[in-house]
Design a protein around this ligand. Structure first.
Ligand SMILES: [Zn+2]
Length: 240
């Protein structure tokens, strides 16, 4: 892999983010995070097919925006790398994508209930996360293994996400995006917490969500402070 200082720093942060996402239960044995190449907007970095908690710098592969591995790398890649290529290709404002299967989010996709911001930490959810219905895009049959494992399905997922930063995948999980690794990790962690809180609140009665105005204002404030949890999360996963 080309070793410019910017690429080296991005890859090292990507490895750290893999460990943090596992520690914060945003991913488990499955799930992944990517970062756009800081020197080339048409490629991105993503680990080979290993569990996030064990990813090292040596596991990182560079891909093009069709999900094809570059530099002659023939190691096994994640089958769902097209989630990353699809979003990164269609959204130049997004540089980092997370995909996972966190259980608290699943009921929303299953019931069509809109995941909306219940507090300032997840204000980026705005007016609610769209839900990707793979049956609407699967060919030739609507029955699939639920995996986003083609460039076409990655495109469809990205189009469902639209101009937002989070999309639920019915019967599967979620994808989150942001302009940086730190921010996409932050958004993944707090979208999952939002799901738990919203589910509990809905059992009690009608829920007061953030208004669109509150969401816009509080997103700006809270996302200016993400260095604080990032430091905590980094220290938790540092090897002794
Ligand atoms: Zn998945």
């Amino acid at each position: 892999m080309a070793e410019s200082p910017a690429v080296k720093a991005a890859v090292e942060e990507l490895v750290l983010a893999n460990h943090i996402l596992y520690d914060q239960t945003a991913v488990d044995g499955y799930g992944h995070i990517s970062i756009r190449n800081p020197n080339n907007p048409n490629t991105f970095f993503l680990a080979r097919s290993v569990a996030p908690s064990v990813v090292t710098v040596q596991d990182i592969i560079e891909f093009d925006m069709n999900g094809k591995a570059l530099n002659g790398d023939t190691r096994t890649a994640y089958g769902e790398r097209f989630i990353h290529s699809g979003i990164l290709r269609n959204r130049p404002d997004i540089n980092s994508v997370v995909h996972g299967h966190a259980a608290p989010l699943l009921p929303f996709g299953l019931t069509g209930t809109t995941l909306k911001p219940v507090y300032h930490m997840s204000a980026f959810l705005g007016e609610g996360a769209p839900i990707f219905e793979i049956r609407n895009f699967a060919k030739p049959s609507p029955d699939t293994d639920m995996f986003v494992k083609s460039a076409d399905l990655g495109d469809a997922l990205s189009k469902t996400m639209g101009l937002q930063y989070f999309v639920l995948m019915r019967g599967h999980g979620y994808a989150a995006g942001a302009d940086s690794i730190k921010k996409v990790v932050f958004r993944s962690v707090y979208a999952i917490q939002n799901a738990s809180i919203q589910s509990e609140a809905m059992k009690m009665g009608p829920v007061q969500y953030l208004t669109p105005g509150e969401a816009t204002i509080s997103q700006e404030t809270i996302e200016g402070t993400i260095a604080r949890p990032w430091q905590l999360w980094s220290e938790r996963v540092k090897k002794p």
